[in-house]
Design a protein around this ligand. Sequence first.
Ligand SMILES: [Zn+2]
Length: 265
Amino acid sequence: MHITYTAATTAAPDSPNEDFFAVGDGWALVLDGAGRYPGESGGCIHPVTWIVARLGLHLSSCLSQQPEQPLTTIVRSAVEATMADHGSTCDLSDPLSPGAAGAIVRIREDRIDWLVVGDCAVVIDQGPKGCTSVIDDRVDHLPNAPIVEGQVRTYSPAYVATVRNKPGGFWVLASSPDVAEHALVGMLPGHPAATRVLLCSDGISRLTERYGLSWQDVLALHDSTGPDSLIRAVREAERSDPEPQRWRGKRHDDATVVVMRVAEA
Ligand SMILES: [Zn+2]
């Protein structure tokens, strides 16, 4: 089975890139750092870029060395290893510990496995059989969530502390290995000939969630002008947005996309 990969990542203007991607033999992953709230340490002294890099390293290592393990087992191991890396300087019992959203895809001869947690997406395109997207939007459907209207719409840290990495709330890859059991996981059986799989952070998926493109549009743009053109398209849409404060989140965000393509059978 021959798989090709294309990828692009760019930071939001004037900030470090807290996204991360990696690809290996039949797998790919995208991470999107879930940072701190202003004035909150999250109990951790490390920059979000460090946490994302550690998670990315441990996930990549598990995916390469334990190809038969379920993705949930791999996520549990990688979160535990990253927690150990923090060392004694950090209080990982803080419910606001910085971490990351993530998407992982593994393509095998007889199936495609995926795992999504937080603001990352997986889109599987089977051509005439259609396009399936996996998005974890639990953070947008929290019960009785009080929204703070500021420069952007957001949740208060006090509220987030009650629902983050808790059953019935939303999950991120941070300081709870149990995230593995609460991630969205799935499997597409059969030989994946002529299938494409896109993984991205929400800096890219806002093309569909905010700016009216379909996933077929996104994939067609990728095919015609490459992964960088998706980042250009999202920056153009953000700059032309007359009212970015209507969204929960930033005007610009780090944007990362990976596309895996399985050759024809
Ligand atoms: Zn730390």
